[in-house]
Ligand binder design. Structure first.
Ligand SMILES: NC(=O)c1ccc[n+]([C@@H]2O[C@H](COP(=O)([O-])OP(=O)(O)OC[C@H]3O[C@@H](n4cnc5c(N)ncnc54)[C@H](O)[C@@H]3O)[C@@H](O)[C@H]2O)c1
Length: 363
């Protein structure tokens, strides 16, 4: 077997590493994209202090799950008012980072609908102009700081778009676990489970290889051990750091494989049933593990190195973890009938991410 792994992001990790931002952005005019609570938490002041007059534009009203309804106006104001900045720094969870990824892709007209029309084709394109992205995650979950993807939601039309271009790889990722100390318990759970889902989805994936497996297995071991303990001690520097590293490893794993069936199912559950992303893509993990098992000897071996050789026990371990952090694991728990659940799974298997799933042909 031969393997190839490629990730171009210059990745900085460690407590206090945000301090490196000043050196990284030298010579650049910078726009900041961040979440509404960031100012109250002192984060905007911290960035202002680090960048001084190089910080020329601030967007601080990023909403969870960037939606076309809100992005349109932000995008057009950004290209009208901040065209002189060459770098965008996203400080926030996946919503801030994905918003920034959409912003840096400039259309000829500066109109958002031109970008949407390009996204709707589902084909790669070369943007008329773009800016460099620095991503500093404040949640330990999405891995968006080391992937080129952005999820753009259109909740009114029950649709989602996936943005992925060469320029949407962040140039630099700064993973500073100190920024995650203020993440509330519910978001700590949903983001931690998102990372667990990334790692597992990269294993039961047609694009998996021994290099992505190495990142994924390490991430899973850390999350299984760390997440329940972190919930009992949200202010622990050690546990925040371990979860940040686990989420980074999971991000590295799926940066090369993409996600699979659990994520494909999640899009329907978020759009139609309003589930937060991290819950939507993790409550089915025990089910999807069962569907993955037994299709590919090499994939089974990787899963068994984590969970042992007994499938029922492996599923129980995942179910127990989810229950221990307050997440229910059946479709019925979310008001979805058995018939609708089957339809959601079948639909998800036809999606681009569903087709990455190793059990896709058999299911
Ligand atoms: N691009 C990718 O590869 C990728 C992967 C997974 C998920 N996503 C996307 O990421 C989004 C979800 O991101 P998320 O799970 O990180 O949540 P989020 O960014 O939506 O943040 C969740 C909530 O936590 C708050 N918050 C964030 N950091 C905080 C902090 N340090 N202290 C206090 N509050 C804080 C936010 O304001 C928000 O209210 C979804 O849109 C999803 O589609 C993208």
């Amino acid at each position: 077997m031969t393997a190839r792994f490629h990730n171009p992001v210059d990745t900085r990790f460690g407590w206090g590493s945000l301090q490196q931002l000043a050196a990284i952005t030298q010579q650049h005019k910078v726009a900041l994209v961040t979440f509404p609570e960031a100012r109250g938490l002192g984060l905007v002041a911290r960035i202002e202090e680090l960048l001084g007059e190089r910080l020329v534009y601030v967007i601080e009203d990023v909403q969870p799950n960037p939606d076309v309804a809100h992005l349109r106006d932000t995008y057009e104001r950004f290209w009208a008012d901040a065209d002189d900045c060459s770098m965008v720094i996203a400080v926030g969870g996946g919503s801030a980072i994905d918003t920034a990824k959409a912003l840096i892709v400039g259309t000829e007209s500066g109109r958002f609908d031109e970008l949407l029309a390009l996204l709707a084709t589902g084909k790669p394109f070369v943007p008329a102009r773009s800016k460099q992205l620095i991503a500093a995650p404040t949640t330990a979950g999405t891995g968006s700081e080391v992937t080129p993807w952005a999820t753009i939601w259109d909740s009114a039309s029950l649709k989602k778009y996936s943005l992925h271009l060469d320029c949407t790889w962040p140039k630099v990722a700064i993973i500073d676990p100190q920024l995650m100390l203020t993440v509330p318990a519910s978001v700590t759970v949903s983001t931690g489970l998102d990372a667990l889902s990334h790692a597992l989805e990269s294993i039961w994936n047609v694009n998996a290889n021994p290099i992505s497996d190495t990142f994924a297995m390490a991430a899973i071991a850390d999350i299984l051990d760390c997440l329940p303990r972190l919930l009992r001690d949200l202010s622990s520097q050690e546990l925040r750091t371990r979860m940040a590293l686990a989420a980074l490893k999971a991000g590295m794993a799926f940066s090369n494989t993409k996600t699979a069936l659990a994520h494909s199912i999640s899009y329907e559950m978020t759009l139609r049933h309003g589930l937060p992303h991290g819950i939507a893509c993790s409550f089915t993990l025990p089910l999807v593990l069962g569907l993955a098992w037994g299709h590919d000897q090499e994939r089974d071996q990787t899963l068994q190195r984590i969970f042992g050789s007994d499938l029922a026990k492996a599923q129980a371990q995942l179910r127990d973890l989810l229950h221990s952090v307050g997440v229910k694991t059946e479709f019925a728990d979310y008001g979805v009938t058995a018939q609708d659940a089957e339809a959601i799974i079948q639909f998800a298997l036809q999606g681009a991410r569903g087709k990455n799933f190793i059990g896709c042909q058999a299911a």
